[in-house]
Design a protein around this ligand. Sequence first.
Ligand SMILES: [Fe+2]
Ligand SMILES: [Fe+2]
Length: 377
Amino acid sequence: MKYSSAATVAVVLSQNIVSCATEPSMGASTPAPAIPMGKRISFEECLALSPQMMAASSPMIQSGWSYLKKQIASINNGDLRRLAEAVYADSTPSFARFDAAGRHEIWEALSAGGYTKQSEDALFPPIPANIKQEAPYIAGSGSSYQSHHAYPGGLVTHVASNVMITAAIVDTYINTYGYEVDRDTAVTAQLLHDLHKPYVFQWQADASSRPEQSLAGAGEHHVLSLAESLLRKAPADLVIAQACTHTYPGDAANERQIVGWLKAAAIISGVDPVQYGLLAQDGNTLPLPRKQEGSICHLGDHDYVLTYFTVQWTLPVLEKIAAADYRISQDDLRGRPFNALRNYVYSQYSAMRLEQDYATGGEEAVRKVVHALIKNV
Ligand SMILES: [Fe+2]
Ligand SMILES: [Fe+2]
């Protein structure tokens, strides 16, 4: 069975499937996995759900989480496997334990290097007292709130598809050219590449996520995730591949960006980027000759070309349905009532799948999905 269209939603719901841990499979000849959507709830129940509860109730997120755990278990390199296991068990930022003097020193160095214009107090996102409960990896947003994968558990679906794509690229090069890059490095870099998104995009009281700041010319999640890998003593090749997810080094201007991200992450983590092996001896490029895993990871992190727009194209339709069928006022379309509705729909069904329904069945197809997930008044 392929992903259910809106027309088959009722059938899927009637099966009352609460959880599905089937592993998404690869290969053009393999049918798409039958991941059901979440269960039907009232609007009041939707409003009361936390992001953690939305992720826990989503067969899609649970399936993605199961896939990621299996991929971690399949990493042959023991050091990389243990690193990924540790991050997925607890992604609390290591710099949460820095004292005031250490933070001041980092802020001064980042400011002097032109990597930040933030005040010292605003350099790092706030760290909740119980971050493991409030910002667990499995409930993290995959992006800023109006971008790709912006829903509870969106990070899991983002990373799961990235890992699948990356592994498929590695296989493609084996089958086409007869050689293999370091698969463990490419897959682990992809598994870890956005590791601090749950912390950077912390869920807010109005069910939106915290706006992201810039750091070293990138969204701060990127440099903070690199710094975390360095603080956890990840191998240089892995951190370089992780840094390349945002762009590729095959262009001088792009490579200067990657070098800047690595230098900023090195400041935060207190390492010398050249001695660590992140940069060439002159500090101006990646170590030479450049390795291929980074560019492959960039290709694997690339489906924002589509995923970004699936959110942009479906949000206005959801707003229209929310106003007409759930009597959500214009004010509440900018607040928790609408945010909770859209978070639940996306976390149980994904913006990707919803947009495919919209593209093939129009607004009515979207309406059927929303009604099948949230009882309308
Ligand atoms: Fe990223
Ligand atoms: Fe990403």
